[in-house]
Design a protein around this ligand. Structure first.
Ligand SMILES: NC(=O)c1ccc[n+]([C@@H]2O[C@H](COP(=O)([O-])OP(=O)(O)OC[C@H]3O[C@@H](n4cnc5c(N)ncnc54)[C@H](OP(=O)(O)O)[C@@H]3O)[C@@H](O)[C@H]2O)c1
Length: 337
């Protein structure tokens, strides 16, 4: 049975070598204020507030957002919620990269103009003087790494940002490594966190990306830890897609996740879930927390019930044998090397 929120009592975990202690599960707010492909609001302000309350009740203190989530509503609603609380008790991460103004190429990327303007705009929406973590949401090939790192360092020195992170996919790992080398040579702040996509069905970052993170002591905070909801057991080989679900609403997600290889992996996930009397979602999250180098997954949820189920994964114990079986259920990118 899923424990009550107050009984979950999330622990703190090291955020890489930053020295910061962060919740072992972070709260993702990507879908706050987001319209789905049918034009309906997935999570409105009232539900967003309920989700933040529920996360807090379970002991959660780390909130992940981005300046483009819900066109800024995600940050605005978090700011409103934080206004009644002691800001110092929370770790807030946001991100900058995607274009914010139609027809204005300078409102995209990580050039000096974009970074300096957007940090002020997002602090205003969050109604705070600083973010604990600022991520570049994607790598910007148009801006020289030296210019970007110098500007980011200025944001840290000004006190508007405490730590820098890079949310990038595997092919850009070497660019982050090079940018960190420039920053260290110049005495500037380097990236100390990474935010990649990582889940049981999508292990693209295993190998060089995770090795790089380990070698540099970077915190790894995986996004989409449940494969957009695929790893929760609600999709079936034979049955129609459940209405009102993210994968059902997106042909792109159906193509990436609803494959026979992934359903075979899900069979093993179901078997382990039965053994430990937990749900597939809880086991998929617990597996991630067992992966070497993972600091804290970012949990997404559309409802408070989903969030409670997901946060309760922190109370699940998996044996080494169960972790190995799950890992072997789908070939990783480097298994044959
Ligand atoms: N840096 C980046 O580029 C990036 C990209 C993506 C996400 N992120 C961050 O990572 C966070 C998490 O990503 P994500 O939302 O993709 O995570 P996810 O856990 O893979 O997917 C969450 C979705 O799965 C479904 N779900 C979750 N728990 C469930 C449960 N117990 N039972 C049934 N369905 C469940 C819900 O959608 P439905 O109910 O609609 O099916 C929910 O919205 C985001 O909020 C964001 O903060 C970052």
């Amino acid at each position: 049975m899923t424990p009550a929120l107050e009984e979950i009592d999330l622990d703190f975990a090291d955020l890489g070598r930053t020295g910061l202690q962060t919740s072992e599960l972070q709260l993702g707010t990507w879908r706050f204020g987001k319209e789905n492909e049918a034009g309906e609001l997935e999570i409105g302000e009232e539900r967003a507030t309920e989700l933040l309350d529920a996360y807090e009740a379970a002991g959660g203190r780390y909130i992940d957002t981005a300046d483009v989530y819900g066109g800024g509503d995600s940050e605005r609603w978090i700011g409103d919620w934080l206004a009644d609380r002691d800001r110092e008790r929370y770790t807030i991460a946001s991100k900058i990269y995607w274009q914010t103004r139609e027809g204005d190429p300078n409102s995209r990327g990580t050039n000096r103009k974009s970074l300096r303007h957007r940090i002020d705009a997002l602090l205003d929406r969050l109604d705070t003087d600083y973010v604990d973590v600022l991520y570049i949401h994607r790598w910007d090939d148009e801006t020289p790494a030296r210019e970007m790192m110098k500007t980011l360092n200025g944001l840290v020195e000004s006190g508007k940002v405490h730590y820098l992170g890079a949310s990038t996919l595997r092919p850009n790992a070497w660019k982050v490594a090079r940018a960190n080398e420039i920053a260290r040579n110049e005495g500037w702040e380097p990236f100390t966190l990474l935010q990649p996509r990582y889940n049981l069905a999508d292990r693209e970052i295993e190998g060089d990306y995770l090795e790089f993170a380990r070698e540099q002591g970077l915190a790894v905070c995986p996004w989409s830890p449940l494969g957009q909801g695929f790893l929760t057991g609600k999709y079936d080989r034979e049955e129609d897609l459940p209405e009102d679900s993210r994968v059902a609403a997106s042909s792109r997600f159906q193509e990436s996740y609803l494959t026979e290889e992934n359903f075979a992996l899900h069979d093993e996930l179901d078997a382990v879930a039965d053994e430990v009397d937990a749900s597939p979602a809880q086991v998929a999250l617990a597996w991630l927390q067992h992966r070497e180098g993972v600091s804290a997954p970012i949990v997404g949820a559309r409802t408070v019930d989903q969030l409670r189920e997901n946060l309760a994964s922190a109370t699940i114990d998996l044996s080494d044998e169960q972790v190995d079986r799950l890992t072997a259920a789908k070939e990783g990118p480097y298994d044959d090397l």
